[in-house]
Design a protein around this ligand. Structure first.
Ligand code: SPQ
Length: 440
């Protein structure tokens, strides 16, 4: 089905209740396939996200000769081939909508003996890749895209890589991870310095596979020439997917949800911090560590939110959560101001512009700025919005209906399956009056 064919229709009002386990963490799922494939031995994964993005990564490794059983109810068995065991794929690797797959693979494939070409859908093929191809070039890799620096990308094999010390110009876990994965194949030490903390799943998981990563503040270093040893990975529920229910429960009167087994890695909890600053009622229960990642059950009850100036240090910690947080801001008392979030303009869509357009279509006073948005909380009407094929925008506007005064109709929602298959059924079970149908 083409992305433009699926429409969500959500009736106004209602509340969210119950215990909910959302889909597995997308970032961790990608990395579990990548590192499992490069390890010596058999890696068992549970809780794997069976979404289109992580499946694109899984299929890419199958195409490079890795035997992978599953997924079966979130269980995947990866028969690792070792760091030098991948084989040339027969055709172009199709990575669909997934920026993580393409950027991390750019680094990992730079160290192989064979050439690879990677491509994606219209959205992915318009996203910037020079952020990885340029520093990888300094390591001796050859990664070529279009003149504009977008995919398709050709990675030339057989290059001798050398470690570098790279100060990232933007806070990006994808760039950091891409360079660290190339560093596995480089001579000497590769160090990446980030301007602000970003998700550290790659560093944690490499350590889980027995590979030494030296982290000192905002610098992560590793040396090439080691080996990965297979392990077991329990993928927690994705805090980015839990976010829709957190925001929905916060804005809808009489709501009370318990989100189960959610990853609360400190580099991902910006949404909790920001909602709490807005007056959200959020309680972490049963905190524990599972396979090197902190996990908790998250209870969220309705509350009257208030507008805030979002602290810039929270931005990279909540980068994927802003579409949903903009809905929270629209329901808050007063103004919410976001700055320092220009990265939102180069996600699956320009998330600042597409969200501002959708909010305005629902009668919300939302002013986009170069690096953020100013949103005045108030009433939200019903209306028609276009997600632009962006999964997070589609799910955010679905939750907006809890507070809208009329039906919210959202176009172009098929890509919800990239990160959260089963969203509609789960949301309906929790109380959202959502239907989906093939549209015009
Ligand atoms: O994989 P993709 O398409 O880039 O997915 C997004 C998302 O909203 O699902 C971003 F659009 O998540 C990124 C995230 O924004 C996943 C990610 C990762 O797994 O390393 C890191 C973030 O991107 P970045 O560019 O800030 O490093």
């Amino acid at each position: 089905m083409s992305g433009s064919d699926l429409v969500f229709k959500v009736s106004p009002g209602g509340c969210l209740k119950g215990e909910i386990r959302v889909a597995g963490d997308k970032s961790i799922s990608h990395r579990s396939i990548m590192l499992g494939s490069l390890a010596n031995g058999v890696t068992e994964i549970s809780g794997f996200l069976e979404g289109e993005d992580s499946l694109a990564t899984l299929n890419a490794f199958r195409a490079m000769g890795v035997k992978i059983d599953g997924p079966d109810n979130g269980n995947v068995t990866v028969h690792g081939v070792g760091l030098h065991g991948l084989k040339a794929p027969h055709g172009v690797l199709d990575l669909g909508n997934s920026g993580t797959s393409m950027r991390l693979l750019s680094g990992l494939l730079s160290g192989q003996a064979f050439d690879v070409e990677m491509s994606g859908d219209g959205s992915l093929n318009s996203r910037p890749m020079k952020r990885v191809s340029v520093p990888l070039g300094s390591m001796g890799a050859i990664v070529e895209g279009t003149e504009a620096g977008t995919p398709p990308l050709k990675v030339k094999g057989g290059q001798a890589l050398k470690g570098i010390r790279y100060k990232m110009p933007m806070a990006s876990a994808q760039v950091k991870s891409s360079l660290l994965l190339a560093g596995l194949y480089a001579e000497g030490e590769t160090c990446v310095i980030e301007p602000a903390p970003t998700r550290d799943h790659t560093e944690r998981m490499l350590q889980g596979f027995g590979y030494e990563v030296r982290v000192d503040g905002r610098t992560a270093c590793l040396s090439g020439g080691g080996e990965l040893q297979a392990t077991c990975i329990d993928v927690p529920a994705d805090i980015s997917s839990a976010t829709f229910f957190m925001v929905g429960a916060a804005i809808a009167a009489d709501s009370d949800v318990l989100l189960l087994h959610v990853g609360i890695n400190p580099t991902r909890i910006g949404v909790i911090n920001i909602l709490r600053l807005m007056g959200g009622d959020i309680e972490l229960q049963n905190e524990r560590v599972v396979g090197g990642e902190p996990v908790a059950d998250i209870r969220v009850r309705s509350s009257q939110l208030r507008g805030i100036q979002i602290p810039e240090e929270q931005v990279p910690l909540a980068i994927d959560e802003f579409p949903a947080l903009f809905i929270a801001a629209a329901c808050a008392e007063g103004d919410t101001v976001l700055t320092g979030a220009e990265e939102l303009r180069v996600k699956e869509t320009d998330r600042i512009q597409v969200m501002a357009d959708g909010l305005k279509a629902l009668g919300v006073d939302a002013e986009p700025t170069a690096d953020g948005m100013v949103i005045r909380g108030g009433e939200m009407s019903g209306g028609s919005v276009d997600s632009g094929g962006d999964h997070r925008i589609a799910m955010s506007f679905a939750m907006a209906a809890l507070r809208a005064t009329g039906e919210v109709k959202i176009a172009d929602c098929a890509n919800v399956n990239t990160s959260f298959p089963g969203f509609v059924a789960l949301a309906r079970g929790a109380g959202l009056q959502i239907g989906s149908q093939n549209g015009e």
